[in-house]
Structures are given as structure tokens and as C-alpha cells.
Design a protein around this ligand. Structure first.
Ligand code: SAM
Length: 247
């Protein structure tokens, strides 16, 4: 796994407004801090967001200078996304369109970047990856932030409370490998093993300061644990894949 390129401008690319990460923002923040520097300066770049939902990521990227197309299958989500882009004064930099991520209506070699968050679990992974490869420009990158399958607590939560989760295809390390085969290069990083334990102080006994401290502490433990025992990656909650279409 490669570390982000030190030559890339990180400061502006890392300016993540947490209200734009929509839900679970504390947990997605480190994921965005990993993926955004890999996109470098976004000024003048064309970005496609798959499954944009209410348009948080699309708006975030448009505010950093990208020209963004957000697609989704749900018209009411797209209306909410348009409103969000309007509120953030980037409506002229974002187009929202009703479209299926597995059948993209764009010519080959259109986008510099493609990004998605919690979307491929709903779609046929490999078909989606193939479409992304097709519409990416040479040297473009597709960035998929997805939910993994085997975190024991998340697994239990899904079984008990998320009936629809049975229909979804959560990621295993093998699935990540499958996505990688559609591109010349892939790197990926996994997040949140023990850090979910911090939710105790948010959901069960809400004490914000204990929550923040525990989250920081457990994130640090996770980082070291995963470095020492990479085999534990399969039990993480989130994976971020950076897929490169080589020039
Ligand atoms: C869990 S939501 C995530 C929304 C957004 N990416 C976010 O992080 O807030 C998944 C979104 O993917 C959309 N979606 C599911 N299957 C899709 C497909 N085949 N093509 C485009 N969008 C899809 C859903 O309509 C939904 O808005």
C-alpha cells in the first residue's frame, strides 16, 4: 500500500467541512483525509460522483474548484442535492443527473476523477468498476469508499436492525482485489476496528468529551494494530480504494 504522494498539495485538498460528510462524519473524516490529498488540486478538474445522495461530497469537491456531476437513482435525493449545492453557492459547478452507476451515459475518457461513498454495496461491483474505468480519462482515478463485511459489531447490528442489509454486497478483501483487477493499479486502506467503541459515549451514555477522547485514542490504537497485524484489516468497518487508470 502506497502512502499519499508527498509532492501533492495537501492543505487545501484536506479542507473537509464535516457537515458535508452527511452522516457518521467523525468516522468518515479520516477516510476523506486519506483520499482527498490523492486528488491533488481540483481546480478545473472534472469529477463524477456515483450515488451522490443529498450531494454532500459533490458540494465539497465543487467548493474546492472541481466541476462535478453527481448521479443517483432517486429523484428526490437529487432535488435535495441541488438545494445543498445552491445553499453552498456552487450550483453552477455541479450538475445532478438521474443515472445508473452500472450504465453510465458518458463517452469514454470523460472524467479526471470518480468518487463514491457507500454506493457500490448497492451495485454490481465489477460492472460498476468497468464503467468507471471506461469513462475515466487516462491517468484518472476512481475512489470508492465502502462498507466492509466482517466487523463483528457492525455485522451484529446489521443482522438485528438493518433488514435490507441482506440485499447488499458488503466488501471483503477479495472483493477489493476484484475491483483492483479492473484497473492497472489499486491501493486501499481500511479504517475503524476498535474505534467504533467510542460510540458507547455517544449512543449509550452521551458524554461528548469522553466520546471525543475515546475516539482519538482508539483511532491511534487501530492505526498501530493494523500496521502490526495487517490480517485484521478484514475486520474493519470502512475501506477506501484508490484505483488508477494508467496513462
Ligand atoms: C447510502 S447512500 C449514500 C449517499 C451518499 N453517497 C452519501 O455518502 O451520503 C447510497 C446512494 O446510492 C444510490 N444508488 C444506489 N444504487 C445506485 C446505482 N445503481 N446508481 C446510482 N446510484 C445508486 C442510492 O439511491 C443512494 O442515494
Amino acid at each position: 500500500m502506497r502512502e499519499p504522494d508527498a509532492s501533492q498539495p495537501k492543505e487545501s485538498a484536506c479542507a473537509v467541512e464535516t457537515d458535508l460528510l452527511l452522516w457518521w462524519e467523525d468516522f468518515y473524516l479520516p477516510v476523506f483525509e486519506y483520499v482527498l490529498p490523492q486528488m491533488g488540486t481540483l481546480e478545473g478538474k472534472k469529477v463524477l460522483e456515483l450515488g451522490t445522495g443529498t450531494g454532500g461530497t459533490a458540494t465539497l469537491l465543487a467548493k474546492q474548484g472541481a466541476s462535478v456531476v453527481g448521479i443517483d437513482l432517486l429523484p428526490f435525493r437529487l432535488d435535495e442535492a441541488k438545494e445543498r449545492a445552491n445553499r453552498h453557492k456552487v450550483a453552477n459547478a455541479v450538475d445532478f443527473s438521474l443515472m445508473d452507476a452500472t450504465q453510465l451515459a458518458f463517452p469514454d475518457n470523460t472524467f479526471d476523477f470518480i468518487i463514491s461513498k457507500s454506493v457500490l454495496v448497492f451495485t454490481e461491483h465489477v460492472q460498476t468498476a468497468k464503467e468507471c474505468y471506461r469513462v475515466l480519462k487516462p491517468d484518472g482515478k476512481a475512489i470508492f469508499m465502502e462498507n466492509m463485511r466482517n466487523h463483528p459489531v457492525v455485522l451484529l447490528y446489521r443482522k438485528l436492525f438493518l433488514k435490507y442489509s441482506r440485499e447488499l454486497h458488503y466488501f471483503s478483501l477479495l472483493d477489493i482485489e476484484g475491483i483492483g483487477k479492473e484497473f492497472e493499479e489499486i491501493e486501499h486502506r481500511e479504517f475503524h476496528l476498535l474505534s467504533l467503541g467510542a460510540l458507547f459515549w455517544k449512543r449509550i451514555i452521551p458524554i461528548p468529551i469522553f466520546y471525543r477522547w475515546t475516539l482519538q485514542f482508539l483511532k491511534l490504537i487501530d492505526k498501530n494494530l493494523l500496521r502490526m497485524f495487517p490480517v485484521l484489516k478484514r475486520f474493519c468497518w470502512i475501506t477506501a480504494m484508490i484505483c488508477h487508470k494508467k496513462a
